[in-house]
Design a protein. Structure first.
Ligand code: 91O
Length: 313
């Protein structure tokens, strides 16, 4: 990756970096102009050391050395796991999932650059907002998000951080779900490498533990103590989608508290309250309550959400 700093901008290969257009726990996103195809892209800058720190803290002790299971090669270079994860994301292709175009990874550079398609209008909604979406707009955005999430689950990928700021709006009003962050599966059986770091799962579901994502959007079962307590990644995504739909039409999330322990308690115990205004249709309230059942066993599953009267109306 040839990087020369000229008078006013950074050039990475054929990409000329421009202003910062997004940021989050993951890092920052810059607008980038591709001088070859004359198109704009969104370039996500990831700090490799930060990525390693995330993985290092989850790394299991190296297995005892003996001939059949010598320490996995990945111990030497955990970044290979990130590359494995990213290789999964590169394969994704769906109108409601942000397209990963290419990855610029120079071994000598501290940063990893993920080049995404430019989604012109950015995040759908920053919450809290006093201008929530009307039901028709929420309906359209929700359906697109549902299709994107269904595609990820079909590809055996759980998102684990569904929320309005991770949903991008194109100039023709289409919603695209951003990619899941590299997650850590603790379950040896589900680990794709010796140290699973992927949101990719085998079998019917990802059995996750630990918490990744945004507290206000986390499902109750993800907050229950007990290290050996595993929960369904799919059901967790449905919960976050329910919180997201509530935020679309109300403008705030249902559970708020500055103190994280109190927030966890509310998520686990408090009922969903709909404010006096705005007034929501019975069908919408029913859908939201169905997606926010505290018990994942009673929570609507994706295929049930798809056929709910509010979605098919
Ligand atoms: C006002 O105009 C604007 C147009 C586009 C943007 C924008 O793109 C912002 C974030 N973008 C992204 C974030 C991602 O993760 C969180 C991922 C991912 O990891 O999948 C991909 C992209 Cl592109 C912002 C403002």
């Amino acid at each position: 990756v040839s990087q020369q700093r000229s008078e006013s901008y950074i050039q990475l290969n054929q990409y000329r970096l421009m202003e910062e257009i997004g940021q989050g726990s993951y890092g920052i996103v810059k607008l980038a102009y591709n001088e070859e195809d004359k198109n704009l892209y969104a370039l996500k800058v990831l700090d490799k050391m930060k990525l390693l720190k995330n993985f290092a803290c989850f790394r299991q002790p190296p297995p005892r050395r003996n001939k059949e299971n010598a320490a996995p090669s990945v111990l030497k270079n955990p970044l290979q796991l990130v590359q494995k994860e990213i290789a999964i994301l590169k394969k994704l292709s769906h109108p409601n999932v942000v397209k990963l175009v290419e990855v610029l990874d120079d071994p000598n550079d501290n940063y990893l650059y993920m080049v995404f398609e430019f989604v012109e209008k950015g995040s759908i909604l920053e919450i809290p907002t006093d201008k929530p979406l009307d039901e028709d707009t929420a309906w359209s955005y929700f359906r697109d998000t549902l299709c994107g999430l269904e595609y990820l689950h079909y590809q055996k990928i759980v998102h684990r951080d569904i929320k309005p700021s991770n949903l991008l709006l194109s100039d023709i009003g289409q919603v695209k779900v951003s990619h899941p962050k590299p997650t850590i599966n603790h379950l040896p059986s589900l680990q794709i490498a010796d140290f699973g770091v992927s949101c990719e799962f085998e079998g019917i579901d990802a059995f996750l533990s630990g918490t990744a994502g945004t507290p206000a959007f986390m499902a109750p079962e993800a907050l229950t103590e007990g290290a050996n307590h595993f929960y369904s990644g799919r059901a967790q995504d449905i919960w976050s989608l329910g919180i997201t739909l509530y935020a679309f039409v109300i403008g705030t999330v249902p559970f708020v508290d500055n103190y994280i322990i109190a927030l966890h308690k509310k998520i686990k115990n408090d009922p969903i309250i709909f404010p006096e205004a705005p007034v929501l249709s019975e069908a919408l309230q029913d859908l939201i309550l169905g997606m926010l059942k505290k018990d994942p066993g009673h929570r609507l599953m994706l295929h049930e959400v798809k056929v709910h009267t509010w979605v098919t109306r």
